[in-house]
Design a protein around this ligand. Structure first.
Ligand code: SAM
Ligand code: SF4
Length: 344
């Protein structure tokens, strides 16, 4: 019966004409969908994984890869042209490489990206590139093996560095995601640039954000202004033109091949240009990373609803999207899931 529901939605979608784009009350057109493949992870990063652990989602709650593909096809019809696979750790989801191939083949999807801890990248980069992945963000918060281990609990720096080399060798665009925390790794910002100076990568320094159970403290944020000040004491930064919807402020660095970017969600939010939607691994649509309001697309798909009903639910959720996320004083008090459940 379930198969039949999926077929129904696919057929309806194929017959339908291209639909109007997904625009919210503030005129923001949504083109970017982030999809969490799982809430599981082989690392235990301290800033991400709740200390007391998480109640893992049951297998039946998690979207099947077929359901995910159906949803992405529907979103593609609604104007989504960039999709990012994330999680949890997307590469621990069995069959994710096949999903990459299927999604890359959707004509409307121009960019297919993945955010990963890089653990399996050395073996999989070539296949992923051949399957149509264009961009990979690899998380790396320290270049010191012991500190890397202390932050990730289960990670190994060398293995991730090899993964990054393989990704570059395979022709993938590579960004390095580094969450900067005061008293943990803020002293490595310059070292990161020096390490990747000759590589065609963007190193993105991310401000530490609050999520359920992640021991966030406002005092642990190492703000954008401080990161920039530190870098500019050593390098000359030239702003790069970026898309108005980009989360990062990107810069070229004089004398280096690598670029740097800053994700300043805490001190300079970029909600005005937000074009992102998220699907959690259990199939809920989230219109904001920090918003608790969610709509279960999974239940609609599983109850055999048509593409039109799904579209209506998506548009109604988008109408309720807030203009910007609350300020730093309010944000940590709002109920939200952990990052691993939302999909970063
Ligand atoms: N497991 C993959 C990884 O680590 O790249 C994908 C999921 S992870 C949740 C996505 C991104 O969110 C990672 O780059 C991670 O560093 C970032 N992240 C997780 N918790 C965060 C937090 N509290 N503040 C800022 N970034 C965070
Ligand atoms: Fe896992 Fe990524 Fe979270 Fe680290 S940041 S615990 S690798 S999901």
């Amino acid at each position: 019966m379930f198969e039949a529901n999926l077929t129904l939605i696919s057929v309806t979608s194929m017959r339908a004409m291209q639909r109007p784009p997904l625009v919210d009350r503030y005129g923001r057109v949504h083109r970017y969908l982030r999809v969490a493949l799982t809430d599981r992870c082989n690392f235990r990063c301290r800033y991400c994984m709740p200390l007391e652990g998480v109640a893992w989602q049951a297998k039946a709650e998690i979207l099947t890869l077929e359901e995910l593909e159906v949803l992405v096809r529907l979103f593609a019809r609604l104007g989504i042209d960039k999709v990012r696979l994330t999680g949890g750790e997307p590469t621990v989801r069995r069959g994710y490489e096949g999903l990459v191939k299927a999604l890359a083949a959707i004509p409307e999807i121009r960019t297919l990206a993945m955010t990963t801890n890089g653990w399996t990248l050395a073996e999989s980069a070539g296949t992923l590139r051949r399957h149509g992945l264009s961009l990979v963000n690899v998380s790396m918060d320290s270049l010191d093996p012991e500190r890397f281990r202390a932050i990730t609990v289960r990670g190994e720096l060398d293995r991730v560095l090899t993964g990054i080399e393989s990704a570059l060798g395979a022709g993938l665009e590579v960004k390095i995601n580094c969450v900067v925390m005061r008293g943990v790794n803020e002293d490595e910002i310059i070292r990161f640039v020096e390490h990747f100076a000759d590589c065609d990568v963007t190193v993105r320094f991310i401000e530490f954000m609050p999520f359920e159970g992640n021991r966030w403290d406002r005092a642990d944020i190492y703000p954008y202004a401080a990161m920039r000040r530190d870098l500019e004491a050593r390098f000359r930064l030239e702003p790069l033109e970026t898309d108005p919807s980009a989360v990062g402020k990107d810069f070229r660095i004089e004398g280096c091949r690598c670029r740097v970017g800053f994700v300043t969600s805490m001190t300079e939010h970029f909600c005005d240009g937000c074009d992102r939607l998220r699907i959690t691994s259990d199939g809920y649509l989230k219109t904001c990373l920090f918003g608790r309001e969610e709509v279960s697309l999974r239940d609609l798909v599983r109850s055999g609803e048509t593409a039109e009903v799904l579209e209506e639910a998506i548009r109604r959720a988008l109408e309720r999207k807030w203009k910007g996320h609350p300020d730093l004083a309010t944000l940590p008090q709002l109920p939200n899931r952990s990052m691993i459940q939302i999909g970063g």
